[in-house]
Design a protein around this ligand. Structure first.
Ligand SMILES: Cc1ncc(COP(=O)(O)O)c(C=O)c1O
Ligand SMILES: Nc1c(O)cccc1C(=O)C[C@H](N)C(=O)O
Length: 411
């Protein structure tokens, strides 16, 4: 990547100098010459992960073989240990979290459970028309499986509140929109949903690890999320399902498996659920993926999530301010809300040649995302990004947008 020679403004240097999270950058193995603005899609490699994976493969698997399920490695309880680390980040109790499976599978488990405890006779699943595709597809598929008797009411995310009517069985929302970065009011919408008797499911894919989440305090019923984005668990890292403690005994378990049984090796014919949300982990835990996630979560051990949020807002507002002059001379449109409460940890713009722009940025080592149809998406992760990174990224974006190739028009 070509770094600009324009000096870093003193105010940005000052922000980095007094950054309480500056030390955590050294914990991530980022390649030189890269400004990584895509940790909201795949978090980078945490320093502790390679050794942990090597230990899990060579010692726990290679040497200890099957003994690791119950021996020192205690693979059997690895999902529970990861749940304990995750709990603080999302305002949950460890026993309310089932770690394992993809987020998509967890959406299925959550929706089946939520429909099972919703008031009888309700037939509406309320969601965001622009929700991440997997959430929409799972709802469509589960509805088909249940005989098609539900209406999937998909409305703009700015109109959720007015569609929360007493026929809504379940409200299925993603807190932060993956395209625009708009953050919904999790607490407020949960309260409104409860006021009309609806059950809530929150997809925290772009929330957990990016800012504090308080599932317990807001009274949310169910939640799901990814392990490989802001939690840095690595490609294909296990996701998780949150079930509020008050629902554990009544929420139906759609995928019952032997690993969710109270006594796994009893091999009983009857399913007796394990205590806590562990009952929602149906099959054999994904040990290698869980090991990486377990190690990566230590990045948050000594970090105050309020510091993460404060720095995230500082990084995103700095980025928006530095980008502002470009909006006057390029067909760029900011689609992320400027109000701090209404955005997550990403900033997105529409541009008619967004795909080509992101291709050129990536070639310069400024890695963000293109999302259909015309979105340039930049994710900001406070654990390893600085205001200097933001400055250099905007210099690179300026060079690409002002460059002849795009000015000439890209098909
Ligand atoms: C909001 C949201 N939900 C779910 C997913 C997908 O989860 P998975 O592919 O792990 O099932 C993603 C991203 O891939 C996402 O952004
Ligand atoms: N999960 C992904 C994958 O397996 C490959 C490429 C990208 C992803 C993503 O995470 C996409 C992401 N959910 C998004 O917000 O766009």
């Amino acid at each position: 990547m070509t770094l600009t020679t324009t000096p870093l403004p003193a105010d940005l240097l000052a922000l980095d100098t007094r950054d309480p999270l500056a030390h955590t950058r050294a914990d991530f193995l980022l390649p030189p010459g890269v400004i990584y603005l895509d940790g909201n899609s795949l978090g980078p490699l945490h320093r502790s992960v390679p050794a942990r994976l090597a230990h899990a493969a060579q010692h726990e698997w290679g040497d200890q073989l099957i003994r690791s399920w119950t021996g020192d490695a205690d693979w059997m309880h690895l999902p529970d240990r990861v749940a304990a680390k995750l709990a603080r980040l999302i305002g949950a109790q460890p026993h309310e979290i089932a770690v394992g499976d993809s987020t998509s599978v967890n959406v299925f488990k959550a929706l089946a459970a939520a429909l099972g405890i919703a008031p009888a006779g309700r037939r509406v699943i309320l969601t965001d028309a622009d929700n991440f595709p997997t959430d929409l597809y799972v709802a469509q598929g589960l509805n088909a499986l249940l005989g098609g008797g539900y209406e999937l009411r998909a409305v703009p995310n700015t109109e959720i509140a007015q569609h929360l009517t007493p026929d809504v069985a379940v409200m299925l929302l993603t807190e932060v929109d993956y395209r625009t970065g708009r953050r919904l009011d999790l607490g407020g919408l949960t309260a409104q949903a409860h006021a009309v008797g609806s059950v809530t499911i929150w997809d925290l894919a772009h929330s957990a690890g990016a800012f504090p989440v308080d599932l317990g305090g807001t009274g949310a019923d169910f939640a799901v999320g990814c392990g490989y984005k802001f939690l840095n668990g690595g490609p294909g890292a296990p996701g998780y399902l949150y079930v509020a403690g008050r629902h554990l005994d009544s929420a139906p378990i759609a995928i019952r498996g032997w690993m969710g049984h109270a006594d796994v090796f009893e091999m009983a014919r009857e399913f007796i659920p394990a205590p806590g949300a562990r009952r929602f982990v149906p099959g054999t835990p994904q040990v290698l993926g869980l090991s990486a996630l377990d190690a990566a979560l230590d990045a948050f051990a000594d970090v105050d999530m309020q510091d993460i949020r404060a720095k995230s807002l500082s990084l995103t507002s700095t980025f928006m301010a530095l980008m502002e002059p470009l909006l006057a001379r390029h067909p760029l449109e900011l689609v992320t809300p400027t109000a701090p409460d209404e955005r997550g940890s990403q900033v997105s713009y529409r541009h008619p040649h967004a795909r080509e722009v992101m291709g050129q940025l990536t070639a310069r080592g400024i890695i963000g995302d293109f999302r259909t149809p015309d979105i340039l998406r930049f994710g900001f992760t406070p654990l390893y990004l600085s205001h200097a990174d933001v400055w250099h990224a905007v210099q690179g974006i300026t060079a690409v947008l002002d460059g002849a190739a795009l000015d000439g028009g890209v098909a």
